[in-house]
Design a protein. Structure first.
Length: 71
């Protein structure tokens, strides 16, 4: 599993994506715009090397749960 070094705000967005799944719901919960959510997700994908949002969120969830057996 690739290490995800997220900023505190990226971490909040990724946590919310794990919980709510949809950009609009995350934006509403965090009181930011959907485009801002997408920006944080895009930057997290770029810095971690995950090719898409699903893989990023799955890896984030596994990392938060302490599971490192994903390649």
């Amino acid at each position: 599993m690739k290490k995800i070094n997220a900023t505190p705000t990226q971490a909040r967005v990724l946590d919310a994506l794990c919980e709510f799944g949809q950009t609009d719901l995350v934006a509403r919960k965090l009181r930011i715009s959907p485009r801002t959510v997408e920006g944080y997700v895009s930057r997290a994908m770029a810095s971690s090397g995950y090719p898409n949002r699903l893989m990023l969120v799955l890896a984030w969830d596994r990392m938060k749960r302490g599971k490192d057996d994903m390649d």
